[in-house]
Write a protein that binds this ligand. Sequence first.
Ligand code: NDP
Length: 333
Amino acid sequence: NRQWILRQRPRGLIQPGDLELVESPIPDLKETEVLVRTVYLSLDPTNRTWMNDAEGYLPPVGLGEVMRGLTLGVVEQSRSDRFKVGDVVSPMSGGWADYAVVGEDGLRAVHRFPGLPLTASASVLGMTGLTAYFGVTDVLKPQPGETLVISAAAGAVGSIAGQVAKQRGARVIGIAGGPDKCRWLTEELGFDGAIDYKNEDVGAALDRLAPDGIDLNFENVGGDIMIAVWNRLNVHARMAVCGLISAYNATKMPPSPNFSRIITHRLNVQGFLVMDYAPRAREMVAEMGPWLADGRVKWKVHVDDGLEGALNSLNRLFTGDHDGKLLVRVSEE
Ligand code: NDP
């Protein structure tokens, strides 16, 4: 069983030597445990934050421990009455490994939506979709005609969040890196505007695309991009703080916005975590499933083959060198 072990805390982008791929024996199963073969490993920006020795929403991964990660896999052996060999499951703490031994309480059965591939369950109908869907419908609650700006808009969460907001009648502007991603947003996903932050002045583009200001912000990036949006938020604007990816590799914190706008513009700024919405996954699948099945909402996955490449794959999230939800295929479905 190959496992990625955290050896030292990275500084900046992950370097070879920060984690090590080691071979370990698979322990015998105890009562109620199952052995899960990893099929897909989900790589998420937050993985990088778990490597830091800092206070977070979960404890940091310890040095010498298997790297934590969300996985989707197949039960290969079972000593549980609730899960049988062949079941498709998502362990809460599968980790970066070929196999994981998991207690039945740490497992969730994966229900496949008819007509959609397993990669959908690992992305748009999994954690990514849950984040996008509830970040929009529960945190932002867009009203028809309101103008919403999303950063990292062509990414896994951003692209879905924008389309959910379109379904609720909002005007959606996305910020993304590069002309191809921006074209995808406006020409295929139906965004009302896109800003290529790598080649355009974000503030000037916002003034052009949102001349009446911004009512809603789904924030994924932070730093200068967030500040450009913040300085254009309208009175009573609402902001869902989903992620601050520009800070995850930073050795020096990016600049922050001026908080006095919260008072002067009576802003409603709310952070949220996807895990709080896990009990409501069925609600999301019930509304999004049909949108995906009939093509109203489009989604992409970027699949890299091989657990051995997971480190290089993770860095793609910080360079933008991926197209859609980033997954590693660890073994065949
Ligand atoms: P994405 O698929 O969006 O990948 C990350 C993208 O972020 C990259 O493709 C890149 O896009 C962009 N990016 C990276 N670094 C920077 C930077 N310095 N400045 C501007 N853009 C940058 O990942 P996810 O959809 O999985 O995650 C998106 C955000 O949502 C993250 O902040 C993540 O932490 C957050 N999140 C929060 C959750 C929660 O519970 N609150 C749950 C899941 C995700 P580009 O090519 O456009 O630059």
